[in-house]
Write a protein that binds this ligand. Structure first.
Ligand SMILES: Nc1ncnc2c1ncn2[C@@H]1O[C@H](COP(=O)(O)OP(=O)(O)OP(=O)(O)O)[C@@H](O)[C@H]1O
Length: 645
C-alpha cells in the first residue's frame, strides 16, 4: 500500500446537460519523499486533479486513499481537517491575503494549530527565515516581488507541517532566477521527506523533480521516475483545529483597519440611529423627572383625603362624618399607613389681632396633604397653634406678615350648638408659621380644633380622613381603586377621594408612552443602519471572495468563515454604539448645562439601562444584518472563490 493512491479518478464538467469529461480514469500512487511533476497541455485537467487530491473538490468518481483511508466518506469537517493538517497549497498567483502582513499570512495557518501563541510566532519567524524573508516580515504582499510572494506562500504551506505539498504552477509567474530558487526550496521540502506534487507546463521545472507524470487527454500517458526519491519523513506531530473565534475577531479587526475610511463611515451611519434612540430615552427620563419634580414640589402625591360621598340634598351632617369603621377598613388596604382624622369648616371663621381682622373662607386640620415645604417660615402647628397662609397673615399685618410668627391672635368660629342655636367659639392661638396660599392652608391640629369646639361643649366628628400611601406613586392608583370599590346601599361609591397620586401615575404612563413612540420613530433609523450594514457586508463578502477561497484551502471551516463576518458585524455594532453613547452623553452634558441655568433641572437623563439598551440593540441589529452575508460567505465554493478575479 502506497502513501497516497488514486483509484480510477474520473471527473466531468457539465454545461447544461452537455458533459465535458476532463479526467478519464486515473490510477496513480505516491510515496513520501517524492517530488512529482505533473505535465500536460493547457486545459488538460491538472488543476482539477490537484483540487481532488487537495480535498477541495469531492465531486468526482473513483477514490483518493491516504495511508489506507479513503477520502470518499469524509465529512466536510474531516475534509477541512485534511486540508489543514495533511495538505499545503502553493498557487501560481501566490494567493496571499492582501490586508495581512507577511508574518500574519503565515500566522493564519499557524493559528489553526494547537501551538501556543509564542510557539506560533517563533515557528512563523523560523519558516520565513528558512525561505529567506527574515527582513520582510512586516511588509504587506503588495510590497513584495513575485519571488518573495511565492516564498511567503511556501512558508504558509509549511506552517502546519503537512505531509503533502501541492504546488499548482508555482513558478508560472516567476523569472528564471526566482524559478530556480523556488524549485530548490520545493526540493528541500521533498528532501525533508514530504510528498511534493507540482503541476507545470515547463519541462525544465519537471526535470527538477524525482518523477514526471504526463497527462494527455484526461489519461496518464507517461509516468517515469527520473531520480531516486528521498527518504520518507516523520509523522506530522502538529494537531490543528479550525480558526477559533478569537482569531476571527482579530482578523475582522484587521480587515476593518484595512478598509478604515469605509468602516468609519458605516460606524457613523449606524451610530446616528442608536444615538437618536438613546437621546429620546434620556430626554424622556428627564422630562418625566422634571414634571414629577414640579408636581411633587406642589403636592404630596402619596397623600389622599377621603370624604363621605353624600348626595347634595342630604342635610344630615352626621352622614358625612367618618366613623371608626371607615378608618379601620381604610387602614386594612395594602400600602396604606397613617390614617388620620381630619376636620374642615367652610365659612364663619375669623381672626383678630388688635384692631385688624381677617375672615377665613376655609379652615381645616393640619394633615399630610399639606406639604411641609409649603411652610415658607416657621413650623407646622402644634397644640394651640395656628398655621396661616400668607394671604391671611397679610390681612392682619400688611407690611410684615412674617412678624406674626410667635404672636398670639384670637380665632373666632361661628357655629351651632347642640340646641342648634348659633354660638361663637373663640380661642387664643399662637401663630406657628406662614405657608404659601396655593399649596398650604390655614390650619390647626385636630386636637386644637376639638378643644375650640369643646369650649362650648360641642363634640366634633372627623368629616374627612387622610392617609398616606407607602412606596412609589404607582401604589396610589390601586389604593384609590380599592377605596372607590366600597359601595353604599344604593350601589354608589361610598367615598370621594382628593389627591393627585393617581393623576401623576396616569401622567407618567402617558409620558412613557410618548417617549416610547418617539424612541420607536428614532428606531426606524436603526432599520436604515441594518440595511446599510447588510449592503456593506455583502460588498465585503464579494471583495473577500478570494480570501475566503484561500482560507478554505488552508482548512478553515464554513463556520469560521461565517464567524469572520459575524465578527466584523459585531465590531460595527460595538463601535457604532460606543460612538453613539459618547455623542449622546456629550449632547446631554450641553443640554443639561443649558437647562440647569433655565429651569434648574437636568433635562436629559441617560440611565445605565439606556446605555446598555443602546449597546445591546446595536450589536444585535448588526449581527442580524450579518446573517445573510455571512451565510453567503460560508456557502461559497472554495475552488470558485480561489479563481475569483
Ligand atoms: N468550473 C468549471 N466548469 C466548467 N469547466 C471547467 C471548470 N473548471 C475547469 N473547467 C474545464 O476543465 C478543463 C480542465 O481545467 P483545468 O483547470 O483542470 O486544466 P489545467 O490542466 O490545469 O489547465 P492549465 O494548465 O491551463 O491551468 C478545462 O477545459 C476547463 O475549461
Amino acid at each position: 500500500m502506497a502513501y497516497l493512491e488514486l483509484h480510477d479518478i474520473q471527473k466531468s464538467y457539465y454545461l447544461g446537460s452537455e458533459e465535458f469529461p476532463v479526467l478519464k480514469g486515473l490510477n496513480l500512487s505516491f510515496e513520501q519523499g517524492e517530488f512529482v511533476s505533473i505535465l500536460g497541455e493547457s486545459g488538460g485537467g491538472k488543476t482539477t486533479l490537484m483540487n481532488i487530491i487537495g480535498g477541495l473538490d469531492s465531486n468526482y468518481t473513483g477514490d483518493v486513499v491516504l495511508n489506507g483511508n479513503s477520502l470518499r466518506h469524509d465529512t466536510n469537517k474531516q475534509l477541512d481537517a485534511y486540508r489543514r493538517q495533511t495538505i499545503g497549497f502553493i498557487f501560481q498567483n501566490f494567493n496571499l491575503i492582501s490586508h495581512l502582513t507577511v508574518l500574519q499570512n503565515v500566522m493564519v495557518s499557524l493559528e489553526m494549530t494547537t501551538l501556543s501563541r509564542k510557539q506560533q510566532e517563533e515557528r512563523a519567524h523560523q519558516l520565513l527565515e528558512q525561505v529567506g524573508l527574515k527582513e520582510h516580515v512586516k511588509k504587506f504582499p503588495n510590497q513584495l516581488s513575485g519571488g518573495q510572494k511565492q516564498r511567503v506562500a511556501i512558508a504558509r504551506a509549511l506552517a502546519s507541517d503537512p505531509e503533502i505539498i501541492i504546488a499548482d504552477e508555482p513558478t508560472g509567474a516567476l523569472d528564471s532566477q526566482n524559478t530556480q530558487e523556488i524549485l530548490e526550496l520545493l526540493d528541500q521540502i521533498a528532501t525533508d521527506g514530504k510528498l511534493v506534487i507540482t503541476v507545470t507546463h515547463s519541462q525544465t521545472v519537471a526535470d527538477f523533480g524525482t518523477r514526471i507524470v504526463r497527462l494527455t487527454d484526461g489519461k496518464i500517458s507517461e509516468d517515469k521516475q527520473i531520480k531516486e526519491p528521498y527518504k520518507a519523513g516523520n509523522e506530522n506531530e502538529l494537531t490543528t483545529h479550525t480558526l477559533k473565534f478569537g482569531a476571527t475577531l482579530k482578523m475582522a479587526l484587521e480587515n476593518m483597519r484595512y478598509n478604515l475610511k469605509r468602516n468609519i463611515l458605516i460606524i457613523i451611519g449606524a451610530a446616528i440611529g442608536i444615538f437618536s434612540v438613546i437621546v429620546m430615552l434620556g430626554l424622556g427620563n428627564g422630562v418625566q423627572g422634571y414634571i414629577n419634580h414640579e408636581i411633587y414640589s406642589q403636592v404630596n402625591p402619596n397623600a389622599l383625603q377621603i370624604t363621605k360621598n353624600v348626595s347634595s340634598d342630604n342635610t344630615d351632617v352626621n352622614k358625612s362624618n367618618m366613623q371608626t369603621k371607615d378608618k379601620n377598613r381604610l387602614e386594612k388596604i395594602k400600602h396604606v399607613k397613617n390614617v388620620q382624622n381630619g376636620f374642615y369648616v367652610q365659612g364663619g371663621s375669623q381672626l383678630r389681632l388688635g384692631k385688624q381682622t381677617a375672615a377665613i373662607s376655609f379652615m381645616q386640620t393640619f394633615n399630610p396633604t399639606i406639604l411641609k415645604k409649603s411652610i415658607t417660615k416657621g413650623d407646622a402647628p402644634k397644640g394651640n397653634e395656628i398655621l396661616l397662609t400668607k394671604e391671611i397673615a397679610a390681612k392682619l399685618n400688611k407690611k410684615h406678615p412674617y412678624s406674626l410668627i410667635g404672636k398670639k391672635i384670637i380665632f373666632y368660629q361661628n357655629t351651632l350648638n347642640k340646641q342648634k342655636r348659633p354660638v361663637t367659639l373663640s380661642k387664643t392661638l399662637k401663630v406657628s408659621g406662614i405657608a404659601k396660599a396655593n399649596t398650604g392652608s390655614t390650619s390647626v391640629t385636630y386636637q386644637t380644633m376639638k378643644s375650640i369646639y369643646g369650649s362650648k361643649n360641642i363634640s366634633i366628628k372627623p368629616n374627612f380622613l387622610t392617609l398616606e400611601v407607602t412606596g412609589s406613586v404607582e401604589n396610589v392608583k390601586p389604593v384609590q381603586n380599592k377605596i372607590k370599590a366600597f359601595k353604599n346601599s344604593k350601589n354608589k361609591a361610598q367615598y370621594m377621594i382628593t389627591g393627585v397620586g393617581g393623576f401623576v401615575d396616569t401622567l407618567n404612563t402617558y409620558i412613557n408612552l410618548a417617549v416610547n413612540v418617539l424612541a420607536t420613530i428614532a428606531g426606524i433609523s436603526l432599520l436604515v443602519s441594518a440595511i446599510m450594514i447588510i449592503v456593506v457586508l455583502y460588498i465585503s463578502v464579494s471583495e473577500r471572495t478570494k480570501e475566503i477561497g484561500i482560507l478554505r484551502a488552508l482548512g478553515t471551516s464554513k463556520g469560521s468563515i461565517r464567524n469572520l463576518f459575524f465578527s466584523e458585524a459585531f465590531f460595527i455594532g460595538l463601535f457604532s454604539s460606543v460612538l453613539a453613547i459618547i455623542l449622546a452623553e456629550g449632547l446631554a452634558a450641553i443640554a443639561n448645562h443649558i437647562a440647569e441655568s433655565g429651569i434648574n433641572y437636568q433635562i436629559m437623563q441617560i440611565s445605565t439601562g439606556n446605555i446598555l439598551f443602546g449597546l445591546i440593540i446595536s450589536i444585535a441589529i448588526s449581527l442580524l444584518a450579518a446573517l445573510a452575508p455571512a451565510g453567503k460567505a460560508a456557502r461559497l465554493d472554495p475552488i470558485e472563490s480561489l479563481s475569483y478575479e
